[in-house]
Design a protein around this ligand. Structure first.
Ligand SMILES: *Cc1c(COP(=O)(O)O)cnc(C)c1O
Length: 402
């Protein structure tokens, strides 16, 4: 089953939309049109000698155990790698398995990491609690300040980490700028690119060495499965990430890989429609009563508006608003919404409203939340695939309840 007319792996001339539909496909002897789900943990060898041989060196499309690799998972990995312009990918059980896997696979006690401060709660936990416990020193900086990145770099800095658009305050990090500084010090740039999405971002072309996604978000896009992926050079994925993940057990299930693989086919259409609605809704909320501030990189009031336009094709599908009247007023808005669901996913077909201070970022101290701008009035809106006029009407009705 190697490259043939039946197995469209990748064509460098194809656009992202074509790659998202065809790349990575492996067809069995049945010639199925839709990719098969190989729901198997193990693989059978013809002889004992063949088993021995495969453990010595597994060739292309030779599998041993689904914790190491699986044909459906490989299809997903190849497809997202093609889309991202990465040499290779390793799929993981969740976005957090990707973040912690990428960092833990390459770091050892005594190493130093520089990270932006504005991070998703679980990412902060990995950097602040887990890595520190294993003797890795982490310096946190204001990710929007290139001078702060430069000032924090040291000769022993092995990696820099940031969310290219931060959750939930939507700070935009200059991927080219930070990567140039990191590379002067020989550090690996690890970019959590969830909010930017594979559709709008070219983080690897802009200098990131490693890109991680929570596939749970826009890649699934329909709220069904957890998943994640680490993208990078073949050397990094196969020599550093794979040995670590195949033994520590963070592999993606073949079922989830199949869902994610098929979801990549529609991701471009979904994410573009969601982003178009997000722009319309952000603009509509600017003068809405009860809204003190709208945070969205697509508004010229956003501090990194120009950078966002240079670095991403579109500013994304998530916006945050600050409600006048703090938590009480914010809760009234959440409870008053009908179409927006109170939840904590994002990138979903269903629009979702989140109150970060009491949920996703509850674990942080008041000082940490204050320094990140996660106030009690901050509300995160993930824009889905509903009609934008319905969503605006829903928001206006709920805001009138304050
Ligand atoms: C959701 C999210 C993650 C974690 O992904 P899971 O799939 O929930 O484990 C990591 N980083 C960012 C920016 C996220 O939004």
């Amino acid at each position: 089953m190697n490259d043939s007319a039946q197995n469209n792996r990748r064509n460098a001339k194809w656009s992202k939309r074509t790659l998202a539909v065809h790349s990575g496909t492996r067809r069995s002897q049945y010639g199925e049109l839709s990719e098969a789900m190989f729901l198997t943990q193990g693989f059978v060898y013809d002889t004992a000698e063949a088993a021995e041989q495969r453990f010595i060196k597994a060739g292309e499309d030779e599998y041993i155990y689904a914790r190491y690799g699986n044909p459906t998972v490989a299809m997903f990995e190849d497809r997202i790698a093609a889309l991202e312009g990465a040499e290779d990918a390793f799929a993981t059980a969740s976005g957090m398995a990707a973040v912690s896997g990428a960092l833990s696979a390459m770091l050892r006690a005594g190493d130093h990491v520089v990270s932006s401060r504005a991070l998703f709660g679980s990412c902060l936990y990995i950097l602040e609690d887990v890595l520190m416990r294993f003797g890795v020193e982490v310096t946190f900086v204001d990710g929007t300040d290139l001078a702060a990145w430069r000032g924090a770099m040291r000769a022993d800095t092995k990696a820099v980490f940031f969310e290219s658009v931060s959750n939930p305050t939507l700070e935009v990090i200059d991927i080219r700028g930070v990567s140039a500084i990191a590379h002067e010090f020989g550090a690996t740039v690890i970019c959590d690119n969830v909010f930017a999405t594979p559709v709008f971002s070219d983080a690897i072309a802009q200098g990131a060495d490693v890109v991680v996604y929570s596939a749970t978000k826009h890649i699934d896009g329909q709220g069904r499965c957890l998943g994640g992926v680490i993208l990078g050079t073949r050397e990094f994925i196969r020599k550093t990430v794979e040995p670590y993940l195949k033994h520590t057990g963070g592999a993606m299930s073949p079922f989830n890989a199949w869902v994610m693989l098929k979801s990549l086919e529609t991701m471009d259409l979904r994410v573009r429609a969601q982003a178009a609605s997000a722009q319309i809704i952000a603009e509509a909320l600017v003068d809405a009563p009860g809204v003190a501030k709208v945070i969205f990189p697509g508004l010229d009031s956003h501090p990194q508006h120009v950078l966002a336009a240079e670095q991403m094709e579109k500013p994304g599908t998530v916006l945050s608003i600050v409600i006048e009247g703090g938590q009480e007023a914010a809760f009234r808005v959440l409870n008053g919404l009908e179409i927006f669901k109170i939840s904590n996913n994002l990138g979903d077909a269903k629009s979702i409203v989140t109150h970060p201070a009491t949920t996703t970022h509850q674990r942080l101290s008041d000082e940490q939340r204050d320094s990140l701008g996660i106030s009690r009035g901050l509300v995160r809106l993930s824009i889905g695939l509903e009609g934008p006029d319905d969503l605006i009407a829903d928001l206006n009705r709920a805001l009138a309840l304050i």
